[in-house]
Design a protein around this ligand. Structure first.
Ligand SMILES: C[S@@+](CC[C@H](N)C(=O)[O-])C[C@H]1O[C@@H](n2cnc3c(N)ncnc32)[C@H](O)[C@@H]1O
Length: 468
């Protein structure tokens, strides 16, 4: 480790790590970073930092060394019903508000950003089923849980936990919702099925993005994640969270992370033991006045360590990969046309009807563009028009069989409707189309989604529906 600290390339390694993960936390933790990296270097049988950097850059994607390093660097401390007051606030304030507003479409979309090994999104699933089961019986509920650490995501999908994960969970809930298997507790399938896990790097993957399924949420919960980022990164992320919410949607941050200035574009609602932030574009979407409490004085949280400004790319900037020329033989990634970009903006913000009208107007002029049909499909899906969604996806595929995203979304659509054979065919088409692409190749119209991220996601879905 001492040799690594003295290595002339160590500073570059540190900046690559901070750039890739946003974890400015490591700015002044050279010893921790060196210890973790030295272990990885030993596993790779490398002794100098320059060779290890080469390896990181050669294998940036799924299954590569960067993934293995990130798995060791990230801190996944989590447990069920962590900071119970926030879940009480969800039950008593947020969910009644969202359920009342979404009565027409009967849809509920929640994002757990930085979900670690899963207790946070699963706590939400347990609460929804137990407390709102009857009210939401015929609702379409999605809890999208994302993390940068693929190992955590794999463990989350297993939903198997030891005693320590239940340190603040009432015993009756554990007995009712989990099966005891050996020394572990495994969450029952009716709760697991509400949650979808997917890779997402908050500081690298552009959002909101409907094509990446990170948009139009009613609730975003992102706790104990931004504490590891630099203030600059956090300042870039907060407006993206706001944009990824529906009008009237709610943001929950870690209980020690309130900051008046940072969340000034939100409406702040104080409830016992928790501060909630609501996106309010039109005054009538705000919480009824009797539930809002005057803001209490908030403190600016101290970063876990004084962070040097991290040289992160702006969150919403296209990734360098997108700007690169396509390698020989690969489809070039065209920038979205202006009209389509407008539809995407409307859709990413959850303005479904305006987005649909705008998309249809464009389709009337250029009905052969698969991208517009894909967008139309995603919008119709959000509007609950399944048949129209499927037709639009199949039309997009008919227009360009090599476009990856329509196959992927058709797979997701069919899997949701329990057509597992159809879904498997679609997902296998995606894998075949991705087969020759390098890991970091951007997916056409995929908002910085890369080939390796999509591959990983498809493999996860195939595993979920079974391979027969
Ligand atoms: C301390 S855990 C928080 C888990 C959960 N939210 C909770 O409060 O119980 C922090 C999580 O953030 C994830 N994380 C760190 N950097 C990230 C990034 N750039 N994008 C997405 N997730 C990230 C880590 O992998 C880790 O799982």
């Amino acid at each position: 480790m001492a040799a690594l600290l003295a290595d002339p390339f160590f500073a570059r390694l540190k900046s690559v790590v901070i750039n890739s993960t946003g974890m400015a936390f490591y700015s002044d933790k050279d010893e921790d970073l060196a210890r973790i990296t030295a272990d990885r270097m030993e596993a790779c049988k490398l002794s100098d930092c320059a060779s290890y950097l080469n390896l990181l850059e050669r294998e940036p994607g799924h299954g590569g060394e960067m993934e293995a390093l990130v798995a060791e660097l990230t801190i996944g401390e989590t447990y069920f019903f962590r900071h119970k007051e926030q879940f009480d606030a969800l039950r008593d304030t947020i969910l009644p508000n969202v359920i009342a507003r979404n009565q027409t479409f009967k849809r509920l979309r929640i994002w757990s950003a930085g979900c670690s090994i899963g207790p946070e999104p699963y706590t939400l699933a347990i609460m929804l089923k137990r407390e709102f089961g009857q009210k939401l019986a015929d609702w379409h509920i999605s809890i999208i849980a994302t993390d940068i650490n693929q190992k955590f995501l794999a463990r989350a999908r297993e939903a198997r936990y030891d005693e320590w994960a239940f340190r603040t969970t009432p015993d009756d809930i554990r007995r009712e919702c989990f099966d005891k298997v050996g020394k572990h507790w495994v969450l029952k399938s009716q709760f697991r099925s509400l949650v979808t896990f997917q890779y997402h790097n908050l500081t690298r993957n552009r959002f909101p993005s409907l094509v990446d399924n990170i948009a139009a949420f009613d609730i975003i919960i992102c706790r104990n994640v931004i504490i590891y980022f630099s203030p600059e990164t956090v300042a870039q992320l907060v407006p993206c969270f706001r944009e990824a919410l529906m009008d009237g949607g709610w943001l929950i941050m870690g209980h020690a992370e309130p900051n008046m200035e940072l969340f000034r574009d939100f409406r702040t609602v104080n409830v016992p033991g928790a501060v909630l932030y609501q996106r309010v574009d039109r005054p009538e979407t705000a919480e009824p006045p009797q539930m809002a409490v005057a803001p209490r004085p908030l403190t600016v949280p101290a970063a876990p360590s004084p962070c040097r400004p991290a040289p992160l790319p702006p969150v919403r900037r296209p990734s360098p990969a997108r700007q690169k020329a396509a390698p020989m033989g690969l489809r070039p990634v065209a920038p979205p046309a202006e009209g389509a970009a407008k539809v995407r903006r409307l859709a990413d913000a959850g303005h479904w009807n305006e987005a649909l009208a705008s998309c249809d107007a464009l389709l009337a002029a250029s009905g052969m563009d698969w991208r517009l049909h894909l967008l139309r499909a995603l919008i119709l899906e959000q509007l609950g028009e399944g048949a129209g969604c499927e037709t639009a996806l199949r039309r997009a595929i008919y227009l360009d069989r090599k476009a990856v995203l329509p196959h992927y979304h058709l797979g997701l659509f069919l899997a949701r409707g329990d057509d597992n054979n159809g879904a498997r065919r679609s997902f296998r088409n995606v894998l075949a189309l991705l087969a020759d692409l390098p890991d970091d190749h951007p997916i056409e119209d995929g908002d910085d989604l890369t080939a390796s991220q999509l591959r990983e996601s498809v493999e996860m879905h195939l595993k979920l529906i079974g391979s027969s």
